[in-house]
Design a binder for this molecule. Structure first.
Ligand SMILES: Cc1cc2nc3c(=O)[nH]c(=O)nc-3n(C[C@H](O)[C@H](O)[C@H](O)COP(=O)(O)O)c2cc1C
Length: 369
């Protein structure tokens, strides 16, 4: 359809990384595409969104005759242990919408979206309709840096550069991403609450590693570094060597002993990561509904893209908002009574540490229905 892009460096070999070679089109190049290829391009941009455990719990149906697409939640890829209510999956879907809107607006389309409405408890059907997006011709209205960030964004779970401070101007722009019912609570570097949150995170990680259901699930989705799978999280995106990925996966699956050191290393990693953050943020909602989880996912992804566009790394810690025993501590630290939705940390990448590679994606045709 469109020529493969060879200029987007740092992409692993293999079909499962092919999406990251998608060309970054200009508005003119995009308009030259057929209606069907335009929708395919926008769907592939949606498919670059982050998702819990890289489950990609979404599907698209395209309708070139009406210039619209439908986005669905794929029930088969909602995590049964760590995402019982589908909150993380809905957050992930919201990120897809953010990517598509940013791209469409940049490429000269406006988006008319139906209100997200997900009856996630209905498990009789695999695909649950989330939203309809109709595209109309419009002036280009989104900034190019954000659009470009869609292609380079990835989570960076390393520790961050503690010598650099995130400028106030950037911090206040992050707050602007808040939307109806979704609040963003920010805490900046130097605030003594950050080490307290790091402590709470270590407790959440311990809980996950010691809970056989959570651990097995994580083991299922943690992949060897050279995986050919389009799903899941390769160990090197957690800074693991080949050997560590294989061992940690087997240990989480109960096939090798999980040593106290493994658990400690696992929880120390994110604890230390939070301690080095230039900024941490908690997203909260006024109501705990699938619609707000979805909208929160859109806000989360807008923040992720804005940070990426400003060369700031970030990662997400779902456990902090998802594990009940730590949820309350987190609300207390942030001083909020609203429902915690998702937590993220951000900071400048350390120049001496490699930026982790992109994670794989399923071939686009596997998420088209
Ligand atoms: C809703 C949501 C929850 C996530 N939770 C976590 C988490 O708890 N810990 C973590 O390390 N990464 C988390 N992530 C990051 C995903 O694992 C990551 O997006 C996925 O593996 C794909 O990688 P990429 O974002 O680099 O493309 C989360 C992402 C989303 C969207």
């Amino acid at each position: 359809m469109i020529e493969r892009c060879e200029n987007n460096g740092g992409i692993k070999e293999g079909q499962n990384y092919e999406i990251w070679h998608s060309p970054i089109l200009s508005g003119v190049q995009f308009k030259d595409l057929s209606p069907e290829n335009r929708l395919l391009y926008l769907a592939s941009i949606g498919h670059m969104a982050p998702s819990t455990h890289n489950t990609q719990p979404w599907a698209f149906s395209l309708d070139p005759s009406s210039n619209s697409m439908n986005l669905y939640l794929d029930h088969c890829r909602v995590l049964p242990a760590s995402d019982v209510r589908g909150r993380q999956a809905n957050l992930s879907l919201g990120g897809v919408l953010a990517n598509i809107k940013i791209a469409a607006n940049f490429l000269g389309l406006s988006c008319e979206c139906s209100i997200p409405f997900l009856k996630i408890e209905d498990k009789t059907q695999r695909y649950i309709h989330a939203i309809n997006i109709k595209f109309n011709e419009a002036e280009s209205s989104s900034n190019e840096e954000l659009f470009r960030a869609v292609f380079s964004r990835r989570v960076n779970r390393s520790i961050y550069d503690t010598t650099r401070v995130i400028p106030e101007g950037i911090i206040s722009r992050i707050s602007e991403a808040a939307s109806d019912g979704i609040a963003i609570h920010l805490i900046k570097k130097g605030d003594l609450r950050i080490p307290r949150i790091a402590d709470v995170q270590a407790r959440a990680d311990n809980h996950v590693a010691n809970n056989p259901h959570f651990a097995r699930e994580l083991g299922d989705w943690l992949q060897e570094n050279g995986t050919e799978s389009g799903l899941g999280m390769p160990g090197d995106t957690f800074n693991m060597t080949d050997e560590q990925s294989v061992h940690t996966k087997r240990a989480l699956l109960g096939k090798e002993p999980m040593l106290a050191d493994d658990i400690a290393a696992f929880s120390r990693g994110s604890q230390r990561g939070i301690e080095t953050a230039g900024l941490v943020a908690l997203l909260t909602t006024t109501e705990n509904s699938p619609k707000q989880w979805f909208m929160g996912g859109e806000v989360l992804q807008k923040i992720g893209l804005f940070l990426t566009a400003n060369n700031i790394s970030y990662t997400v810690h779902a456990g902090l908002a998802e594990v009940p025993i730590v949820q309350q501590s987190l609300s207390l630290v942030f001083g909020t009574i609203k429902s915690p939705l998702i937590f993220l940390r951000a900071g400048y990448p350390r120049p001496d540490l490699p930026v982790p590679p992109h994670s794989p994606r399923l071939p686009l045709n596997e998420v088209l229905i």
